[in-house]
Design a protein around this ligand. Structure first.
Ligand SMILES: *[C@@H]1O[C@H](CO)[C@@H](O)[C@H](O)[C@H]1NC(C)=O
Ligand SMILES: *[C@@H]1O[C@H](CO)[C@@H](O)[C@H](O)[C@H]1NC(C)=O
Ligand SMILES: *[C@@H]1O[C@H](CO)[C@@H](O)[C@H](O)[C@H]1NC(C)=O
Ligand SMILES: *[C@@H]1O[C@H](CO)[C@@H](O)[C@H](O)[C@H]1NC(C)=O
Ligand SMILES: *[C@@H]1O[C@H](CO)[C@@H](O)[C@H](O)[C@H]1NC(C)=O
Ligand SMILES: *[C@@H]1O[C@H](CO)[C@@H](O)[C@H](O)[C@H]1NC(C)=O
Ligand SMILES: *[C@@H]1O[C@H](CO)[C@@H](O)[C@H](O)[C@H]1NC(C)=O
Ligand SMILES: *[C@@H]1O[C@H](CO)[C@@H](O)[C@H](O)[C@H]1NC(C)=O
Ligand SMILES: *[C@@H]1O[C@H](CO)[C@@H](O)[C@H](O)[C@H]1NC(C)=O
Length: 293
């Protein structure tokens, strides 16, 4: 990380030092900057949840110089921690991840619903097994028996794989549903927010290269500041999917959450914390020592 942090200042020098004997990797030079891989659902994915909505992951790149870090938005609509695992999408990221990369994992919108307990029909294949620990559920999905894990098990399993590859991991809490939906502002973190920080804690937190970003709470704070009219107008199809303007705000809320924590990823951010805090995004949240931020 020390060497990487010099790259923005001396890109030419750093490149010259490595280039003479570096083997070629196909047609493209191997990027020397870290990649920030995004794993998530439609609230983060390219194209969001259609009909003109957009995922926040598309705006994250603007907070990093491309000479410092690149964003690969591998989020995809409709996915839960369970289906992202079953589809092999964590495996795809793991096979591309390189030392010094970051993986941001954010799920929850599709992880609830009818628990897949002893189901033989009707399991949509997305809901995780309920529980905060290593509970499992047995179900039949697509005519195949599936042992379904809890949300926390899927997150921890994927995170360990990235840590093995010497990447670091940010476990991020899901974005809010429109907090103005019922007239007045109201936001309560749901159970998946708790499971997300529990997973980060159980993996050893910052000491092990695993960080929690309270993204839902930071995004909700910005939406409170923006007010009902603006926020309602930027949830154009439902209470989950954001229009581009709000997706950008949600991305910047994530960046503020990073800056208010301790991960090395915040050092790569273009903007100073003082430039982020203000009337829209608000300030760093007060937290207690139990949060692995
Ligand atoms: C992200 O990474 C995947 C897997 O390596 C690759 O297929 C995809 O093209 C990349 N996307 C971008 C925008 O770089
Ligand atoms: C699921 O099936 C197992 C084994 O038959 C049984 O022990 C358990 O009680 C069932 N659970 C539910 C919620 O039906
Ligand atoms: C599940 O967790 C419990 C309590 O932490 C532990 O005793 C048990 O061995 C675990 N089971 C498996 C299969 O890991
Ligand atoms: C499941 O099995 C039934 C009966 O064999 C078959 O009609 C159906 O197409 C199968 N579904 C899938 C998703 O494979
Ligand atoms: C653990 O994660 C890997 C991908 O990282 C996946 O291939 C495997 O199926 C996962 N295991 C469970 C029990 O989810
Ligand atoms: C919203 O708050 C105002 C002021 O506290 C109150 O008068 C109003 O009844 C509330 N509206 C709803 C829908 O809760
Ligand atoms: C999205 O647009 C399509 C085509 O106009 C429409 O049929 C569909 O109802 C829209 N979905 C939502 C959720 O607004
Ligand atoms: C950081 O600054 C860039 C360039 O001004 C801007 O595009 C980006 O949105 C900013 N990021 C945040 C989190 O405000
Ligand atoms: C610390 O904050 C978390 C999240 O808000 C909360 O659940 C927990 O009870 C707090 N712990 C203490 C010791 O205050």
């Amino acid at each position: 990380m020390q060497i990487l942090s010099f790259l923005p200042l001396y890109p030419a020098l750093a490149y010259a030092a490595h280039s003479p004997r570096q083997p070629s990797y196909g047609h493209q030079p191997k990027p020397l900057v870290p990649t920030i891989w995004l794993a998530g659902d439609s609230t983060e994915a390219p194209g969001g949840g259609p009909n003109g909505t957009e995922g926040w992951g598309q705006y994250l790149q603007y907070s990093f110089l491309s000479s410092v870090a690149r964003v690969n938005n591998s989020a995809i609509a409709g996915r839960s921690a369970r289906t992202f695992t079953r589809d092999g999408r964590f495996d795809t990221i793991a096979s591309n991840v390189k030392e010094g990369d970051w993986v941001v994992i954010e799920f929850g919108h599709n992880d609830g619903g009818i628990p897949p307990v002893n189901a033989t029909v009707g399991d949509k294949g997305r809901a995780d097994c309920p529980g905060a620990g290593n509970e499992t559920c047995i179900t039949v999905y697509n005519n195949a028996t599936e042992i379904v894990q809890t949300y926390g098990t899927y997150l921890k399993n994927a995170t360990r794989k990235f840590l093995d590859k010497k990447a670091k991991v940010v476990l991020s809490s899901m974005t809010p549903d429109n907090p103005w939906e019922f007239g007045n502002y109201s936001y309560t973190p749901n159970i998946f927010t708790y499971y997300t920080w529990l997973a980060a804690s159980e993996l050893g937190g910052p000491a092990q290269g695993v960080y929690f970003v309270s993204h839902g709470q930071y995004a909700a704070q910005a939406m409170k500041n923006l007010g009902k009219e603006t926020v309602d107008a930027n949830y154009p199809i439902d209470h989950t999917h954001t229009a581009p303007f709000l997706a950008d705000v949600v991305a910047r809320s994530f960046v503020l959450g990073l800056k208010c924590g301790t991960s090395g990823l915040q050092d790569l951010v273009l903007n100073a914390t003082s430039r982020l805090q203000g009337d829209v995004l608000g300030n760093c949240l007060a937290v207690n020592e139990t949060l692995p931020i």
